[in-house]
Design a protein around this ligand. Structure first.
Ligand SMILES: [Zn+2]
Length: 466
């Protein structure tokens, strides 16, 4: 065995132990960080032992959910796998994940039968690709993220092309055919490609929400759409060079979105109901099916995996606030926010639901995006006329209230930064049995959730790497 690797494993384990002794609960990155200092080839030497497939998943939205659905599918197929959890998708996170299952000399017991499931941050894909040598890489979608994180989408596309240059040329690319920005990654790829997408004319919309301007990288032409599902996702074609959406290998049809679940048909698998909702999650399921098929998982396990997945922490969570059903609908960027609004607009049309009670929480800390001008790219107008009562919260509650005013929403019942005061405001204007939708940015969700937990409205459930 490699003595350097063995030394790195010992160093990483010691760091994990010390971190635990110091009571640093969330110190997931530390062991990996320390071990990688000792041996920079750590991830490579550990990951490449995994003999049943190494899968890398990346994209602006859907990395975590796609990985979770695939993990559930592997669970149903009774196939051992290792999976880095949300929030540990940088190299040190991958290192920590692998360290946790490595034996003392740096060999992973049972590695030959094990699948590696790695969700990877966009900027980390080049390094991860070189280290992991993936057999399959899934690209979910490419959207403008929080404005100040990676800059423009071209920066991210650049990371991904770099990642492909470092990946084995035999790797299967599992690509969203409906997103022209990720579809172009297929141009010139010498290895196999598995396309996934949605074929559902009834799901198309004339109101796609915020659409970033997109140009064909091949010719600079513009895209036209035969059908648009949301934003720039749909059945597209370049008006310049004629490049167009590919025929899909995994196809989803007949999508029906509920408040808590989505029912759809997967070609070859039949109808399935997934306990997650939103168009994004339907695409995440399609990506997971494509990956599972590439790994040779039987159809029955794929069906069961989709049906058995659970929502990730802070997404689609329901709290019980003194009898009010408070639904948290986390949004991380304009496209995600538009998805939530579209879902709520559909919900408001159901006669038994009617007009909605909605709180929108805006923070501007690093993880939220420090420039809140992105709220002007979000179509809060979709809910004009559908809102009964609203509240504006978060550090930038006043900005949010202004945005909602322009969107034609009623005047907020409260405009408050403090999450506790906000909850009191919600309680004052609602009755037990009411349903309240909360649309928070990431850190606003954390703040509100902490307050809900303090009031016993949510469980201690805190799904994190530990
Ligand atoms: Zn073109």
């Amino acid at each position: 065995m490699n003595p350097r690797l063995a030394l790195a494993v010992i160093a990483g384990r010691t760091a994990a132990l010390v971190s635990r002794r110091l009571g640093r609960g969330g110190g997931t990155a530390l062991p990996g960080l320390v071990a990688e200092r000792v041996h920079p080839g750590l991830v490579r030497d550990l990951a490449r032992q995994l003999g049943a497939g190494r899968v890398m998943i990346t994209g602006t939205n859907g990395k975590t959910t796609t990985a979770r659905i695939l993990a559930q599918i592997l669970e149903e197929a009774e196939r051992p796998y290792v999976h880095n959890r949300e929030g540990s998708n940088l190299m040190r996170g991958l290192a920590s994940t692998l360290l946790a299952i490595a034996g003392r000399a740096g060999n992973i017991p049972g590695a030959r039968q094990m699948t590696g499931l790695f969700e990877v941050d966009e900027a980390t894909t080049p390094a991860a690709s070189a280290a992991i040598a993936p057999n399959a890489i899934a690209f979910t979608n490419l959207f403008r993220d929080q404005l100040d994180r990676y800059g423009e989408v071209d920066t991210v596309a650049g990371f991904w092309r770099d990642a492909l240059a470092r990946a084995p040329k035999s790797a299967t690319l599992v690509i969203n055919a409906d997103d022209p920005s990720v579809a172009e990654l297929a141009v010139g790829w010498p290895g196999p490609i598995h396309w996934f997408g949605l074929d559902d004319p009834a799901f198309a919309t004339d109101h796609p929400g915020a659409v970033d301007a997109r140009w064909c990288r091949e010719c600079g032409g513009t895209f036209e759409y035969e059908r648009r599902y949301f934003a720039h996702i749909g059945h597209w074609r370049c008006t310049g060079c004629g490049r167009a959406r590919a025929r899909t290998d995994t196809t989803i049809r007949d999508v029906r979105l509920g408040l808590d679940d989505a029912t759809f048909t997967v070609d070859g698998l039949g109808e399935v109901t997934m306990p997650l909702t939103g168009a994004y999650n339907v695409y995440n399921a399609a990506a997971a099916v494509g990956l599972a098929r590439m790994l040779g998982v039987p159809g029955e396990a794929i069906r069961k995996g989709i049906a058995g997945v659970r929502a990730a922490f802070g997404r689609q969570e329901v709290a019980d606030l003194e009898g009010r059903k408070v639904r948290l609908l986390l949004t991380k960027n304009p496209a995600g926010a538009n998805q939530v609004l579209r879902l709520l607009a559909a919900v408001a049309e159901q006669p038994e639901v009617g007009k909605l009670k909605v709180a929108v929480l805006l923070n501007d800390r690093f993880a939220d995006g420090q420039d809140v001008s992105w709220t002007w790219d979000v179509d809060y107008e979709l809910l004009r006329g559908s809102v009964h009562t609203c509240w504006a919260g978060g550090d930038r509650a006043e900005d949010m209230a202004l945005r909602l005013k322009y969107a034609g929403w009623p005047a907020p019942g409260a405009v408050v930064q403090n999450p506790s005061t906000l909850l009191d405001g919600i309680l004052a204007e609602t009755e037990p049995g009411d349903q309240v939708f909360v649309i928070p940015t990431y850190t606003a969700m954390l703040d509100l959730r902490a307050e809900l937990q303090r009031r016993g409205a949510v469980g201690q459930f805190w799904e994190r790497d530990e």
